[in-house]
Write a protein that binds this ligand. Structure first.
Ligand code: MN
Length: 191
């Protein structure tokens, strides 16, 4: 199977001033595209040649996993943003956040801490476990909670390439901006 870079549902300047057009040109246009290209180059002749992306994320390793999971993770990340959208959780997801963390503000604090304290490159995740409870996890490099039997709901890319052009070494500033562009209608449908 050959994979393609998914089209974004917004313009490259739509997330400004929180994520710049320049960052999206590199992060989406170059990095995300490179993972797609690398994956397509690695698949022919491998046992994952005809596998779905989700199967690749769950079962592969080495270069196929690194590139396949990065394709999945970046698509999941970019699709959760919008220029104008619902900026606070709604409905069942709001209820689950309140039940687990006490309030949206407390959840934001805990998730931001997970992103800020992840050493090196990786991802902070909000996922749902088999009982429907929310859980925050950190994954290094291309890690993805699907491999632990969790259902991803929301994610933050904390690789430096996600923010270096906008906030340089200041990951906490990027994490602050992150909340301003999340679309909780999109995220709620994943829960
Ligand atoms: Mn990235």
């Amino acid at each position: 199977m050959s994979f393609e870079l998914p089209k974004l549902p917004y313009e490259l300047n739509a997330l400004e001033p929180y994520i710049s057009k320049q960052t999206l040109e590199f992060h989406y246009g170059k990095h995300h595209q490179a993972y797609v290209t690398n994956l397509n180059n690695l698949l022919p002749g491998s046992k994952f040649e005809n596998a779905s992306l989700e199967t690749i994320v769950k079962e592969s390793d080495g270069g196929v996993f690194n590139n396949g999971a990065q394709v999945w993770n970046h698509t999941f990340y970019f699709m959760q943003f919008s220029a104008k959208g619902t900026r606070v959780p709604q409905g069942k997801l709001a209820d689950a956040i309140h039940a687990k963390f006490g309030s949206f503000e407390k959840f934001k604090e805990e998730f931001t801490k997970a992103g800020a304290t992840l050493f090196g490159a990786g991802w902070a995740w909000l996922s749902k476990d088999k009982e429907g409870n929310l859980v925050i996890t950190q994954e290094g490099n291309a890690g993805n909670p699907l491999r632990s039997g969790l259902t991803p709901v929301m994610t933050c890319d904390v690789w430096e390439h996600a923010y270096y052009l906008d906030t340089q070494n200041r990951r906490p500033d990027y994490l602050k901006n992150f909340w301003e562009i999340l679309d909780w209608d999109v995220i709620g449908k994943r829960f």
